[in-house]
Design a protein around this ligand. Structure first.
Ligand code: SF4
Length: 712
C-alpha cells in the first residue's frame, strides 16, 4: 500500500511516497508529482522511515510524579490530564492566567497549533503561547510585516527557475534546504549566465558553489546591504516608477545609505570593495533577483533591521511581485509557517491578527465564544518564558514537541529555570529529548505517519499528512491530547472534536476575508489535489492551469499588482542603521562564536540521531577555528579544546580550517547530553540577548575564548 505525505524535517516541505509492505516494513521515496521536490529527497528525507520503525526510545504511556524526588510512575491518560488540569486551575485561580504557558514547536501540525492557541488565548485568558520557531524566523515575520504590511512570503519555489541572480545571505541551503539548493544548481547548470552570490562568514558548501562569496565579518550584514543599496542608487539600477507609485520611505533610505562610502563599508565588512560592486552590478542588471535567507540574518540582536536592509534591495529595484523576484525567508522547520498562520506566537492571533488590535481580538472572541476576553497584552516569548520560570512569575509550562534544554540559548540558565518551575509537562514522541527528565508529567505523542493533519511549507503551500500506521502503546495524536485536556479544564463544549478535520475546518472559517483566507481548503480538497498555496478563499478556481496530475493550485505569488497589505497599500522602505548590539568581545573572550547546522542532522537530533547512516556524516560535535586563531590559542588540529564564554563552556575536538574567517569559530547546535555530559551543548555558551522587536535570540554572535583541554 502507498501513501502520499510530506517530510517532517525542514520547511522545504518535500512530498514523500511511503510504501507499506505486508510485513509492516516501510520504505520512502520522493513524490514525483509533488511540486516542491519533484521526486527528489535529501539524505534526511530518504532515511525518514527509520525514525518511525525504530521504536526503542518511544514514550509509550503517560507518566507522572508527585514531586521531583520521586521516580516517574505509569498512569492513565485520565489521571495525567486530570492532575494537570487541577494544577493549572489552581495556579490560574491563585496567580492569574499568566501563571501558565505553552511552549510549542514548528514541528506541530496546524491543527495542534490552532488548538493550543485557542485554549490558552480564548479560554484560559493568557497569551502565553510561544513556539521554538521564535528562535529561527521571528525576525523575518517582523521584517515582512514592517515592509509589506503582513507576514506574507511573496514568492514561491517556481521563482527559482525564473531567477538569474540568487542572493543567499546567512543561509546554507546546500545543507539545510538541500532540495531547493538542487533546484538552484540544476537551473544554474542549464543557464550558465545565472549568478549565485553567497554572504556568509563561513565558507559553506553553498559558498563553495557560489560565483561570488562575500565572507563578511559577523554582524555586518546591514553595512553590506546598505552599501549595495547605495550602489544601486548611484548606478541607476533603481525602479523609480515602483518607488514613486508603490513605496514610501525612499528619501530617508537614500540619506541613510549615503552615510558610508563603499570603501568604508567594505572595510567594516572585511571584504573587497570590488566584490560588493560586482554583487550590486549583478543584482542591478538581473531580470530575476531572488534573495534567500535564514538564521544568519534572523538570529541576531538586530535581526529585524537585517531583514529590512535586505528587503529594501527588492523595494528600491521594484523586484517583487514578478516571476523570479522577491525576498524569500526560508523556514527551518516543517510547519513554522502553519504556526504563524494560526497565531501560534505570543503576540498574534489566527490569520495574522494582532493581540494588541482590539478589532482583531473582538473578531476572534466572537468566533471562539470563550468564557474570557482575549488579553490585550502580548504573552511571554520563548526566552521570556524561561526567564519567568526562573524568577517564579511563571509557575507551569507545557512543552510540546521541542527540546529547549538543547535548543534554547544560555542552556545552563534554562536548566535552572526548569528546575525552579513548579510544574512542567513534556509532551513528546521519544525519551531522547534532554528536556524529558525535568518533567512532572510526561505525555506520549504520536509521531509522523501516526497522526493526520496539515502543514504549510516555506512557499505557503499547505499539505495534508495522513495517519498511516498506529501509534505505539498509548501514544495519542497531539491534537487529541490538547482537546482532551481542554475538556478536563471544563471547556468541553468548545473542544468537542471528533477528528482533526473538524479542527481544520474551524480554523479555515476564522481566516475568512483575511489576506490568508483558506476557506476554500479542506482535507477533501488536499487529498484530491495534494497541495494548495494560500490564500485560497471559498469558491476559488484553481489558478494553475496544469491540473492534470495533482499539481499545485492556489496563489503562487503575492503582490503581483504591487498593492501591499499596509494601510495605504504601499510597501515601506525602512532606513535602518547599520550598527550591531551583540555581546562585545574583549581580551578575555576575543573570538566570535557562531552556531549552526550540519548536513545530516536536524534540530536537537531526537529524530536524525536515531539513524546510523545519518550519524556517519559527522559523528561528533566539533569546533571550526581558523589556523591563525588556532596558532594564537595554542590549538592543534583534532585536539580536545575548551570553548569558554561568559556563561559556560563546551569541550569538543578542534577542526582547524580556513572555512571560517579569522576571529570567528563555529559549533554545530545539535548535540545535547552525551554520556551524561552536557559539555557538547553549544548553547552553554550563547547569550540571552534578543532583537527588541522580534524577540529572536542572538545565536550567531557570542564572545568566547578557546583553550587546549588539560586534565585537572
Ligand atoms: Fe525533508 Fe527538507 Fe530534505 Fe526535503 S529538503 S527531504 S523537506 S529535510
Amino acid at each position: 500500500m502507498t501513501h502520499q505525505t510530506t517530510c517532517c524535517y525542514c520547511g522545504v516541505g518535500c512530498g514523500i511516497v511511503v510504501r507499506q509492505e505486508p510485513n509492516g516494513r516501510l520504505t520512502v521515496e520522493g513524490d514525483k508529482q509533488h511540486p516542491s521536490n519533484r521526486g527528489m529527497l535529501c539524505s534526511k528525507g530518504m532515511n525518514l522511515h527509520y525514525t518511525v520503525m525504530d521504536q526503542s526510545d518511544r514514550l509509550l504511556y503517560p507518566q507522572m510524579r508527585l514531586n521531583r524526588s520521586m521516580p516517574m510512575q505509569r498512569v492513565s491518560w485520565d489521571a495525567a490530564l486530570e492532575r494537570t488540569a487541577a494544577v493549572f486551575k489552581t495556579f490560574i485561580q491563585k496567580y492569574g492566567p499568566d501563571s501558565v504557558a505553552f511552549y510549542v514547536s514548528g514541528q506541530c501540525l496546524t491543527e495542534e497549533y490552532y488548538l493550543v492557541n485557542k485554549l490558552i488565548k480564548g479560554f484560559i485568558g493568557s497569551n502565553n503561547i510561544d513556539t521554538n520557531s521564535r528562535l529561527c524566523m521571528s525576525s523575518a515575520v517582523v521584517g515582512y510585516k514592517l515592509s509589506l504590511g503582513e507576514d506574507s512570503v511573496p514568492v514561491c519555489y517556481d521563482d527559482i527557475e525564473e531567477a538569474d541572480v540568487f542572493y543567499v545571505q546567512g543561509a546554507n541551503p546546500a545543507w539545510c534546504h538541500p532540495i531547493l539548493w538542487r533546484r538552484i544548481e540544476a537551473h544554474k547548470a542549464a543557464n550558465p549566465h545565472v549568478k549565485i552570490i553567497c554572504i556568509d562568514p563561513r565558507r559553506t558548501d553553498t559558498a563553495r558553489s557560489a560565483d561570488l562569496h562575500l565572507p563578511i565579518r559577523p554582524g555586518t550584514d546591514i553595512v553590506l546591504n546598505n552599501a549595495i543599496g547605495r550602489l544601486l542608487i548611484e548606478k541607476g539600477f533603481i525602479d523609480n516608477e515602483f518607488i514613486c507609485n508603490h513605496a514610501d520611505g525612499f528619501e530617508a533610505y537614500r540619506e541613510q545609505v549615503m552615510q558610508r562610502t563603499l570603501v568604508e563599508a567594505a572595510d567594516l565588512c572585511g571584504v573587497d570593495p570590488d566584490d560588493i560592486e560586482q554583487a550590486a552590478y549583478w543584482i542591478g542588471r538581473s531580470k530575476g533577483f531572488l534573495s534567500l535567507w535564514t538564521m544568519g540574518l534572523n538570529q541576531s540582536v538586530v535581526g529585524v533591521n537585517k531583514n529590512l536592509a535586505l528587503i529594501n534591495l527588492h523595494l528600491i529595484t521594484g523586484r517583487i511581485g514578478k516571476p523570479g523576484n522577491g525576498p524569500f525567508s526560508l523556514t527551518g522547520q516543517p510547519n513554522a509557517m502553519g504556526g504563524r498562520e494560526t497565531g501560534g506566537l505570543a503576540n498574534v492571533l489566527p490569520a495574522h491578527r494582532d493581540v494588541t488590535n482590539a478589532v482583531h481580538r473582538a473578531e476572534v472572541e466572537a468566533f471562539w465564544q470563550g468564557p474570557v476576553r482575549i488579553a490585550a497584552k502580548p504573552g511571554l516569548t520563548a526566552t521570556e518564558m524561561f526567564d519567568a520560570l526562573a524568577d517564579g512569575q511563571l509557575k507551569a509550562i507545557w512543552i510540546i514537541n521541542t527540546n529547549p534544554m538543547v535548543s534554547m540559548p544560555n542552556a545552563n540558565a534554562v536548566e535552572k529555570a526548569l528546575k525552579n518551575a513548579r510544574y512542567v509537562v513534556v509532551q513528546d514522541v521519544s525519551n531522547r529529548a534532554d528536556t524529558v527528565p525535568f518533567a512532572d508529567v510526561v505525555l506520549p505523542a504520536a509521531a509522523w505517519l501516526e497522526k493526520e493533519g496539515t502543514m504549510t511549507n516555506a512557499e505557503r503551500r499547505i499539505a495534508y499528512l495522513p495517519s498511516v500506521i498506529d501509534a505505539p502503546g498509548e501514544a495519542l495524536p497531539d491534537a487529541e491530547i490538547i482537546w482532551r485536556f481542554a475538556q478536563k479544564m471544563g471547556f468541553g463544549d468548545s473542544f468537542n472534536y471528533a477528528n482533526t478535520a473538524e479542527v481544520y475546518q474551524e480554523y479555515t472559517q476564522l481566516t475568512a476575508g483575511t489576506n490568508i483566507d483558506v476557506t476554500g481548503v479542506s482535507y477533501e480538497l488536499l487529498k484530491r489535489k495534494r497541495t494548495v498555496q494560500w490564500p485560497f478563499p471559498a469558491n476559488s478556481e484553481p489558478l494553475d492551469v496544469n491540473t492534470d496530475n495533482n499539481v499545485p493550485i492556489g496563489t503562487k505569488r503575492l503582490f503581483t499588482d504591487h498593492r501591499f497589505y499596509t494601510p495605504n497599500e504601499r510597501a515601506q522602505i525602512h532606513a535602518v542603521p547599520d550598527g550591531n548590539a551583540s555581546e562585545p568581545t574583549d581580551d578575555d573572550f576575543p573570538l566570535v562564536l557562531t552556531t549552526g547546522r550540519i548536513r545530516d542532522q536536524w534540530h536537537t537530533m531526537t529524530k536524525t540521531g536515531r539513524v546510523a547512516k545519518l550519524n556517519q556524516h559527522s559523528p561528533q560535535p566539533f569546533l571550526q577555528i581558523h589556523p591563525d586563531d588556532a596558532r594564537t590559542h595554542g590549538i592543534r588540529d583534532g585536539q580536545l579544546v575548551v570553548v569558554r564564554g561568559r556563561r559556560g563552556e563546551v569541550r569538543v575536538k578542534a577542526k582547524i580550517t580556513d572555512d571560517v574567517r579569522s576571529g570567528l569559530c563555529f559549533l554545530p547546535m545539535h548535540w545535547g547530553k552525551i554520556l551524561n555530559s552536557n559539555l557538547n551543548r553549544a548553547n552553554n555558551l550563547t547569550n540571552s540577548l534578543v532583537d527588541p522587536r522580534s524577540k529572536e535570540p542572538d545565536f550567531k554572535f557570542t564572545a568566547v575564548t578557546v583553550l587546549p583541554y588539560r586534565k585537572p
